[in-house]
Write a protein that binds this ligand. Structure first.
Ligand code: GLC
Length: 569
């Protein structure tokens, strides 16, 4: 880079691949993915062309919420391996130019964390209890919750403790599961500990953090009642909540991010933080990425837009405007470990709906339609300026498991809502690597190229039979596959520096008719989310098509397809 050139941090335009360690690849064949499994697939990720990997939690945990209940922030859970497996993964990733960001869970710990155990053993009012949010109950015997807050997983957000002598004691707050007590961010020790945890991972060399429930840590003074239920993921089927709950998006959270920004600034290499903050409106999300706070925030509005040109155009327009105000990169995401996979959502009769999991008795998606749209959606997303997130399996157009038997379910939200919410297990199914192997090659020998799978345990969640057709070995190197499409898109994106580009809506953009079209530099994106064929401008030629039959002989783009176009030479 010439000396005078402006320094652009890597995260401005990075494509970041989310690895959900439980379900990515299982090296020791115990049915649960692990860090050595991730390391064994680094070649695959390099081949795909992603810049960075975000690892969902792999820390010591009783796994009450799949690791988002951390018992020790500085240890790897034996399920996933050891610290030295982590160091090895990081070294190998860095050697091939792939960055690694890790999940940080600061809103709550596990109830098995030493701090919470000490708090239970200590008296009300003690410094040990002050690290969490303990309160006396209401009513004459203190047997009513301290306030009316509901857990995001369903049921009350308070649980009563039992004193050492067996009598009922104080209550503690848990916005999530009963095994996830909320930390008290008014306590200086909590601040100091979390800074130290950041340094622990920064010293090991991580490139950044995905910050879990980044909008949740500070609670309004006096913990006032709040009668609306807020779901984890605000679906389009719910009325939008405009008032801010007293436990989310409080002004005080921003001071925490300033503190952490200063910690990251002690390190070289453009370390970053990305906020998981389900807040609205859009301007409030971008308050998390003002100068001196975090570097990125997830844009869940894009994920919620569904397969609908108007929703997408609105979200993109608003996002770019709000991002410009604070000078932070916009981000884009279609799926993650908390939401029904987009290839499945886009195959439902209304492709803008947002179910909280799908079970056999619910509407089943049109899988082929979903995956055709999933390919086109990737083309809409990956030419946008900014940073894009890919959830493991997106590159295979992997669907949700929509008929998972209830007895296999593990997500606490399923149990806490009495099954009303089907939960998030269906998007967390172990990846299919090899169509012909047991467990589709999820559990296998460590090194790529080794003979597949010693006969290991069953995958921790069963895979649907249809996963055979999506398996990586059916797609890598196979012309016309979704994997090869993603690989091509990422290569063109990198080559043309689309992530650093600028979007301009094209003349052809007619979202009301389902036509979405924009330019980024010389590249034009044309996507047909409507029902009628759309004319392809004669002065442009197809650089990438979402599917081989995207354009008719007379030059029209068929519905549910997209093109990347370039001026004719
Ligand atoms: C975040 C995670 C989700 C987890 C919750 C509680 O939303 O993405 O998986 O259940 O936080 O930690």
């Amino acid at each position: 880079m010439p000396k005078h050139a402006q320094h652009i941090p890597w995260w401005q335009d990075a494509v970041i691949y989310q690895v959900y360690p439980r379900s990515f690849a299982d090296a020791d064949a115990d049915g649960m993915g692990d860090l050595r499994g991730v390391a064994s697939k680094l070649g695959y990720l390099k081949d795909l062309g992603v810049d960075a990997v975000w690892l969902s939690p792999f820390y010591k945990s009783p796994q009450a919420d799949a690791g988002y209940d951390v018992a020790d922030y500085r240890q790897v859970d034996p399920l996933f391996g050891t610290l030295s497996d982590f160091d090895d993964l990081l070294t190998r990733a860095h050697a091939q130019g792939t960055r690694i960001i890790v999940d940080l869970v600061p809103n709550h710990t596990s109830d098995e964390h030493v701090w919470f155990q000490a708090a239970l053993a200590a008296a009300p009012g003690s410094p040990e209890r002050d690290r969490y949010i303990f309160r006396d109950g209401q009513g004459p015997n203190g047997d009513q919750e301290p306030n009316n807050w509901q857990s995001l997983f369903g049921g009350p957000a308070w649980t009563r403790t039992v004193n050492p002598d067996g009598t009922p004691g104080q209550w503690y707050l848990h916005l999530f599961d009963v095994k996830q007590p909320d930390l008290n961010w008014d306590n200086d020790e909590v601040h100091a500990e979390m800074r130290d945890i950041l340094r622990f991972w920064l010293d090991r060399g991580v490139d950044g953090f995905r910050v879990d429930v980044a909008h949740g840590m500070v609670k309004a003074e006096g913990l006032p009642d709040w009668s609306e239920k807020v779901s984890m993921v605000q679906g389009t089927e719910q009325p939008t909540v405009h008032d801010t709950p007293p436990y989310f998006d409080q002004e005080g959270v921003h001071a925490i991010y300033e503190e952490w920004n200063a910690v990251l600034a002690e390190y070289d290499g453009d370390r970053m933080m990305v906020a998981e903050a389900w807040v609205e409106p859009m301007e409030r999300i971008f308050r998390y990425v003002r100068a001196g706070e975090m570097q990125q925030a997830f844009n869940f509005g894009f994920l919620l837009a569904g397969w609908n040109a108007q929703n997408i155009v609105e979200n993109v327009t608003e996002t770019l405007a709000a991002a410009a105000v604070v000078g932070a990169p916009p981000t884009w995401v279609l799926s993650n470990h908390d939401t029904v996979r987009h290839c499945t959502r886009f195959g439902l009769s209304d492709p803008t709906t947002f179910p909280k999991g799908i079970a056999a008795q619910d509407e089943q998606p049109d899988e082929d339609l979903g995956r055709v749209r999933g390919r086109a959606a990737a083309m809409v997303m990956l030419a946008l300026p900014g940073s894009a997130y890919v959830y493991q399996g997106d590159e295979l157009t992997l669907p949700e498991h929509t008929t998972l038997p209830d007895e296999c379910r593990q997500d606490p939200s399923f149990f806490r809502t009495g099954g009303v919410e089907r939960g998030r297990d269906g998007c967390r199914i172990p990846l299919p690597w090899a169509a012909e192997s047991p467990g589709f090659g999820f559990s296998r020998a460590v090194d790529d190229g080794d003979a597949p799978a010693s006969s290991g345990s069953e995958p921790w969640l069963p895979q649907p039979d249809s996963y055979a057709r999506y398996a990586a070995d059916q797609q890598v190197g196979v012309e016309g596959s979704a994997f090869e499409l993603y690989r091509l898109l990422l290569a063109v994106r990198a080559d043309r520096e689309l992530g650093r580009g600028r979007l301009e809506w094209s003349r052809q953009n007619r979202p009301a008719d389902g036509v979405l079209s924009y330019a980024n530099g010389a590249l034009q994106v044309l996507a047909n989310l409507g029902a009628q064929p759309v004319e392809v401008p004669a002065d442009l030629e197809v650089a990438v098509a979402s599917r081989p039959d995207a354009v008719t002989e007379d030059g029209f783009l068929v519905p549910d397809a997209a093109l990347w176009l370039l001026p004719r030479a």
